[in-house]
Design a protein around this ligand. Structure first.
Ligand SMILES: NC(=O)c1ccc[n+]([C@@H]2O[C@H](COP(=O)([O-])OP(=O)(O)OC[C@H]3O[C@@H](n4cnc5c(N)ncnc54)[C@H](OP(=O)(O)O)[C@@H]3O)[C@@H](O)[C@H]2O)c1
Length: 252
């Protein structure tokens, strides 16, 4: 049986779970590299060897897997990062590299929640309607362009990095912040800005969940953008499960 310390793992990251997974697998003696897209201007220290930037599509990733002698690829990207997840599945097949995914379970509405599910931001804006509202938007800075198609609303936009001014709707306020967020802070934010509804993605996990608890406490509707379909590769929904699966792969 080969020991874990002989094995090269590439983790596609950009999430808190990917960082935790990478640190835990490195702690077991594996040669882990964490890969980031390079979209966040000042990413957190990841605590493990990190590479930054795209691979050049599925073909580029397949070449990387081959050249770096990667023995296990783990897709731990965000559930809305569909391109890289598809590329990972294709590249793993092309290079004959085993693949696992860490896919956080989606949040489910609880008693007291008032969720409206939508296929995308345009569909959510159609549901919100023509009457001017004050909307809290927790989306990535590159996803907000459709807000300009509903200029009647005031948007409070929170993102990790500054939003490109050309994408901003006419009435907006911006906040730069990065989770994890706590219930009290989220409730105050919604109250102070007299927010009528929340618009967000169904990211799952705990770091971004407090806004949903705050909306529930204040009786505010949430416009939830549905998750896109992702490749059906062997997967776990939490860090511990994926560590177990990775160890099983590497020890056989
Ligand atoms: N989408 C979200 O809501 C969201 C939220 C939080 C964090 N993130 C993180 O932000 C990153 C980008 O998200 P996205 O939605 O823009 O991705 P995407 O649309 O699926 O990917 C766009 C391109 O970015 C590169 N890329 C993405 N993730 C990468 C990674 N981990 N390592 C190296 N290259 C990567 C790939 O370029 P090449 O084709 O050149 O290889 C990919 O084709 C991801 O790592 C994701 O985990 C995304």
């Amino acid at each position: 049986m080969t020991t874990l310390s002989d094995r090269n793992i590439l983790i596609l990251g950009g999430t808190a779970d990917a960082r935790k997974l990478a640190v835990a697998l490195a702690g077991k003696g594996t040669n882990v590299t964490l890969s980031l897209a390079g979209v966040t201007l000042s990413p957190r220290d990841q605590g493990v060897p990190t590479r930054v930037g795209g691979f050049g599509g599925a073909d580029g990733l397949a070449v990387h897997l081959h050249e770096q002698r990667i023995e296990l690829l783990i897709d731990a990207t965000h559930p809305y990062a569909t391109t890289i997840s598809r590329n990972a599945e294709i590249a793993a097949a092309k290079s004959n590299t085993p693949i696992l995914a860490l896919r956080r379970a989606p949040w489910r509405p609880e008693a007291g929640d008032m969720w409206y599910e939508a296929g995308d931001l345009k569909a959510a804006l159609a549901i919100i309607g023509s009457e001017p509202k004050r909307l809290f938007v927790a989306l990535g800075r590159k996803e907000i362009a459709p807000l300009a198609t509903a200029p009647q609303h005031l948007y409070l936009i929170r993102s990790v990095d500054p939003v490109d001014a050309a994408l901003l709707p006419p009435k907006h306020e911006t906040i730069l912040d990065r989770g994890p967020f706590a219930l009290d802070g989220e409730r105050q934010l919604l109250q102070n800005h007299r927010i009528d509804a929340v618009v967000c993605k169904n990211s799952g996990g705990t770091a971004a969940y407090a806004k949903l608890r705050a909306a529930r406490a204040l009786g505010l509707p949430v416009h939830m953008l549905n998750r896109p379909p992702l490749p059906d590769v062997p997967q776990g929904s939490d860090v511990e499960t994926v560590i177990r699966m990775a160890c099983e792969y590497l020890q056989t």
